[in-house]
Ligand binder design. Structure first.
Ligand code: G6P
Length: 473
């Protein structure tokens, strides 16, 4: 196996500075959690941003560098202005909402593009500096869409893969981007471009045709005398790890204690980064609707919603947080009693063990994003249920819906139907619950993160070298 250079905006660990102390903690989000173990196994390097280290003393910086080196992580440090314009600005104020079909959130001015381009260049320079002939380079996600092209200029013969972890929108949406051509050309520097679903591949091919006049021949595009391949590679999770955590005695004790505290109640669970794509307000409204129309559920539901703080410096996220706070307050104010409240809202991070305990204790898991590239939480829930119980309610707008057919499918925009789906899940008989969960688990086991890594990298490695492909073209 050649050495693997993983390249992503965020490293799998993030430096957190709090007053006088500094900690290196695991990063949240599907990309970091999903690739952490493949990185541990591969023995290669991971190049990315460790978070803001500008306030660290010299000694603290040295400690952090040593810790990162232990994890084979190569940090790229971003200045406050780069963080605000490349990361918060272009990546998270423009590309993120655009790829999630939220055009109204995209700012009118395009002022952060230059910094996005420059930071992508800095990434490409750093990767080129660490590259050794024979390495495989695997670039990840929308923050780095120009990197494959920039690397191709620096390392014409390198084997480069790119994976897009969020939706690739319809060409009707993508064409609104002033920088649409540059971004597409950036991706075409790769040898293999991967997406989670066949629809995203189709949307990407549609944009290539519309913007660059390029035809995709099955899975092959000719670009600047090279063949570029595209494909759907639905990402999985470390199923075995979640399953074994779910069997640990300490986790089972937590589960028992949570269940005891909710005696006489059914547990609904939501776990998300606090992001406006995750559909938390609509989910809350669906629960509220159920309580409103079916008084028998009042006092008998405990909806635990974990919201992991995310992108807190981006104003849209702060506004969203207020909206969620307000809704939780309203529902609890209306349906709470002196004994209990329907919504248990937890705004903080949880470790894998705590999450597994929650998954295992839940009766119904609500994964109802309004748009989501894949959603690995849905898969983690299934992996954490070796008891073959629990019902998954899953949005049809999550990439995971393409695979997890035995979930209860829901359109999160239809609050009334979402309330129906929650009720159906709550009332589902045991035989059906088990039959569905067994099917879901079989899928999540067969297509885990190791399968995903090896199918993407197997494909990338199996391609003829760049010079042979030029010749074939
Ligand atoms: C999503 C994206 C990742 C990103 C993660 C967390 O999963 O696809 O690229 O790392 O969210 O977001 P953050 O902005 O904190 O890195």
């Amino acid at each position: 196996m050649p050495r693997l250079l993983l390249v992503s905006n965020r490293l799998p660990v993030t430096v957190k500075v709090e007053k006088d102390s500094v900690a290196v903690v695991l990063s949240s989000g599907g990309l970091a959690t999903g690739l952490r173990r493949p990185h541990e196994r591969s023995g290669g390097l991971w190049i990315g941003w460790p978070g803001d280290v500008s306030r660290l003393s010299e000694t603290q910086r040295t400690q952090v560098e040593a810790r990162l080196a232990e994890e084979r992580c190569v940090p790229i440090h971003l200045s406050p202005s780069e963080v605000s314009r490349y990361y918060e600005g272009y990546s998270n104020r423009v590309l993120w909402p655009l790829c999630h079909y939220m055009l109204e959130r995209v700012p009118r001015q395009d002022r952060d593009w230059e910094v996005y381009r420059k930071v992508n260049e800095r990434f490409a320079d750093l990767v080129a500096r660490h590259y050794q002939p024979g390495d495989i380079i695997w670039v990840h996600d929308y923050q780095l869409m120009l990197v494959p092209g920039l690397l191709r200029q620096r390392l014409p013969e390198a084997r480069i893969g790119y994976f897009h972890h969020i939706p690739f929108p319809s060409s009707e949406i993508f064409r609104t981007l002033p920088r649409r051509e540059a971004l597409l050309k950036g991706l075409l520097g790769a040898d293999l471009i991967g997406f989670h679903t066949v629809s995203y591949v189709r949307h990407f091919s549609g944009s290539l045709l519309r913007q660059l006049g390029l035809d995709t021949d099955v899975d092959r595009i000719m670009w600047e005398g090279r063949q570029v391949r595209v494909g759907a590679f639905p990402m999985g999770i470390d199923t075995e790890a979640f399953e074994s955590l779910a069997k640990e005695p300490s986790v089972l004790e937590e589960v028992a204690s949570l269940r005891r505290s909710a005696e006489g109640q059914r547990i609904l669970l939501g776990i998300d980064r606090l992001d406006y794509t995750k559909g938390i307000p609509r989910r809350l409204l669906a629960v509220q609707r159920l309580l409103e129309r079916e008084p028998t559920w009042r006092g008998r539901l405990r909806f635990i919603q974990v919201a992991v703080p995310s992108r807190t410096q981006v104003s849209e996220y702060a506004t969203y947080r207020e909206q969620v706070n307000e809704l939780v307050g309203r529902i609890n104010g209306q349906y709470g009693t002196t004994q209990n409240v329907p919504v248990h809202y937890l705004y903080r991070s949880f470790n894998e063990k705590q999450l597994t305990g929650l998954y295992r204790a839940a009766d119904v898991m609500l994964v109802t994003p309004v748009r989501d590239g894949m959603n690995l939480v849905a898969k983690e829930f299934c992996a954490a249920r070796p008891d073959d119980d629990g019902v998954l309610v899953l949005s049809e707008f999550a990439g995971a819906a393409d695979e997890l057919h035995r979930a209860v499918s829901v359109n999160p925009y239809d609050v009334e139907k979402a309330a129906d789906a929650i009720e159906e899940a709550l009332e589902m008989g045991e035989p059906e619950r088990r039959e569905r969960m067994r099917a879901l688990r079989a899928q999540v086991k067969a297509h885990d993160v190791h399968w995903w890594v090896s199918s993407f990298l197997g494909r990338l490695q199996g391609l003829p070298s760049v010079s042979v492909r030029k010749f074939q073209g």
